[in-house]
Design a protein around this ligand. Structure first.
Ligand code: BGP
Length: 472
């Protein structure tokens, strides 16, 4: 896996995101974000973003562990509100810029490639109050200004950039997108508008990056589950294809081909959800060419022809407590999501299906013929410390099988994967399930409410991954 045309060596790395590890939610000038507000709504039942993994105060120790693991890359995100507390301030917050500068400099010293996500679920909350978030075009301008500040500051140091993380998940989650509305229908309509604005913002920022930083590589990161048909019935096949298209492929089609595909436009029109297309938008979308796509892959699912309409309550949507089935069921899509009966599920209802990972990668190559980076892949588990160690054999098995399938996809199917960044390097605050659901290669010793000492303990999977990436 060393010889790939895109980069001098395969980027074995690991991922995190700002709100899930940093903590210091209001320190040194940082503003509140949608991620903070969402997590505070659940503060009485689980950990929130206030301290998270306290990476803000432990980053030196954490990066040292990353280096000792032999990582070639670290995918992390910048918190927009640490740079611009209100999202669109006149002057950037110098202390925020310095925080990430120190991280980037240290990574360079360690010869670890920084892969920087500009926006990972944490929109400055002031933009929600001021503009109703992405529902307004003002948010596009604010994002471009923010990106410009960051590009100016870190150009020459950061080569790999990611624009927006999982825009396609935000599309079905109004509170994550930063949109407030009275009814579910209204919020989804606004989401469709916000979704469109994010594509425009993504396009502008890709063009800006290419203009400002010659040689930089930039693209979005997409949630890319595999969706199989529940049965060989043709109606189920069509429904599963709809599900794959609406949930993931449409985002890729728009990013890569620079236009809304007809099937997506039809769905929007039929449901009176069309955004306002303005003059110049079409050209903008077409002009932006991502260099690669970040793929976040976790699970396989099954789709079938819908039998019932799932009712979703706005309060569940708002609190981020609606299930994936409720969210997608509430959308006017012609499919129903269901479990894949051939795979085991964990307690959070995420399944284990490594071969489906290879399947997704092959599909990606068949459709788009372009380089991709695995920006997330991993398994959540309730890990326990036993006499100072964490024996996460299940995670080792997960990583082993998924890496094996990725290797087959590269070597036998010609998929242009140039790096692998499992989710996650450290235990993170899960975006929906606090700290009980751990993903890290490194354990962070805190409980839901008891911060303990936040001690870092490399798990068995850390050592396994260290040895594995030394081989290829
Ligand atoms: C992806 C997000 C990550 C991470 C992961 C696991 O969708 O990009 O930020 O959270 O999923 O999800 P969860 O935290 O809900 O278990």
């Amino acid at each position: 896996m060393r010889n790939n045309s895109f980069f001098r060596e395969f980027l074995w790395g690991a991922s995190t995101s700002a709100f899930q590890v940093e903590g210091a939610y209001d320190e040194k000038g940082k503003g509140l974000t949608t991620a903070d507000i969402r997590s505070f709504k659940k503060s009485d039942i689980m950990a929130d973003t206030k301290v998270a993994m306290d990476f803000y105060h432990h980053w030196e120790e954490d990066l040292k562990l990353l280096k000792e693991m032999g990582a070639k890359a670290y995918r992390f995100s910048i918190s927009w509100a640490r740079i611009l507390p209100n999202g669109d301030d006149e002057k950037p917050n110098e202390e925020g810029l310095v925080f990430y500068e120190n991280i980037i400099n240290r990574l360079m010293e360690y010869k670890i490639e920084p892969i920087v996500t500009l926006y990972h679920f944490d929109l400055p909350y002031a933009l929600v109050k001021k503009h109703n978030g992405w529902a307004s075009r003002s948010c596009i301008d604010a994002f471009v200004r923010y990106a410009n500040i960051v590009f100016e500051r870190y150009k020459g140091k950061v080569k790999f950039w990611l624009t927006i993380n999982e825009q396609n998940i935000l599309a079905v989650n109004p509170s994550m997108m930063g949109i407030e509305a009275e009814t579910v229908q209204e919020s989804f309509k606004l989401c469709a508008t916000g979704y469109y604005h994010m594509f425009l913002a993504n396009a502008k920022v890709i063009n800006l990056c290419h203009e400002k930083i010659p040689g930089a590589k930039i693209g979005p990161a997409v949630s890319y589950p595999t969706i199989f048909s529940m049965t060989p019935k043709s109606s189920d096949q069509i429904a599963a294809d709809n599900a794959q298209k609406y949930m993931a492929q449409s985002a890729l089609d728009i990013y890569i081909h620079g236009a809304y595909p007809e099937y997506y436009l039809t769905m929007l029109r039929k449901n009176h959800m069309e955004p306002h297309f303005l003059e110049g938008d079409q050209e903008l979308l077409k002009s932006a060419k991502p260099d690669y796509i970040g793929l976040n892959w976790y699970v396989s699912m099954a789709g079938r022809a819908p039998e019932k309409k799932v009712e979703t309550e706005l309060k569940n949507v708002d609190k981020g407590q609606a299930s994936y089935e409720e969210m997608t069921g509430a959308m006017p899509f012609e499919f129903e999501m269901c479990d894949n009966p051939y795979t085991p599920y964990n307690e959070w209802h995420w399944n284990y299906d490594p071969v489906a990972f290879r399947f997704a990668l092959r599909k990606f190559e068949d459709m788009y013929h372009m380089p991709c980076l695995i920006t997330e892949n991993g398994c959540g588990h309730r890990d326990e410390i036993e006499e100072g160690s964490v024996h996460d054999t299940y995670r080792i098995e997960y990583l082993k099988q998924h890496i094996e399938q990725m290797k087959l996809a590269i070597e036998e199917d010609g998929v242009q994967v140039f790096g692998y960044c499992p989710w996650s390097f450290l235990d993170v605050l899960s975006s929906s399930d606090g700290v009980a659901k751990r993903y890290g290669l490194v354990y962070v010793d805190r409980d839901e409410f008891d911060l303990k000492h936040l001690k870092r303990i490399p798990k068995d999977s850390y050592y396994w991954y260290r040895d594995r990436i030394a081989v290829d």
